[in-house]
Design a protein around this ligand. Structure first.
Ligand code: ZN
Length: 196
């Protein structure tokens, strides 16, 4: 990924408040020095469109027939990627067994599918989307993320690209947190910090 793309992505995320530096209490109870709420950048349509275009650029040389995203976090960025590539945009929703297509969404046999998500950490959601794509007869040709925050190899069943990767936040146990020790006030962000 070019430095320009990384810088531009981080710039948009910081400017929109999607990426914050400080001292945060995560839902896991751990403390961290950075917090990411990707929805904050996607609330600005012009920023969502630009990020969608940057992500689409990563796959512009490949054959992609349809973009699929996991609901809810991936829907907006998936739609923008699809707009930029000039293809359809679908989303999959959680079901009892994983992810499923509802609302009459269909993938035609052998259609080439690009799976898009805002932030990836464990890859659980997008892996389940890929299974739903396979079950529907499609072929997953790649995965694209605004941010890849995985700590373990994702081992997804197709190539994986992200606008920003390897930007790890530091996490600390509350009783050995250097930010607590330094007396930095702690914030508790509103919702789940990251989706799968
Ligand atoms: Zn702390």
């Amino acid at each position: 990924m070019s430095t320009t793309t990384i810088d531009r992505t981080v710039d948009l995320m910081v400017r929109s408040g999607a990426l914050m530096r400080g001292h945060f209490k995560l839902t896991s109870g751990l403390h961290s020095d950075e917090y990411c709420q990707c929805a904050k950048v996607l609330e600005h349509p012009e920023m969502a469109e630009e990020l969608g275009r940057l992500l689409a650029d990563l796959y512009r040389d490949e054959q992609v027939d349809v973009v699929v995203s996991p609901a809810i976090g991936g829907i907006v960025i998936g739609h923008e990627v699809a707009r930029s590539l000039g293809v359809r945009s679908l989303f999959a929703e959680r079901s009892e067994t994983g992810m499923a297509f509802r609302r009459g969404f269909r993938i035609e046999p052998s259609e080439k599918v690009l799976i898009i998500e805002d932030v990836v950490t464990t890859g659980g959601s997008v892996r389940a989307v890929a299974e739903a794509v396979t079950a529907a007869g499609g072929e997953t040709v790649g995965f694209g993320f605004i941010m890849d925050r995985s700590r373990q190899p994702l081992n997804l069943p197709a190539q994986t690209k992200a606008l920003v990767e390897g930007r790890q936040m530091e996490v600390y146990e509350p009783d050995s947190c250097p930010l607590c020790e330094a007396g930095v006030p702690i914030e508790k962000p509103g919702s789940r910090p990251e989706s799968g």
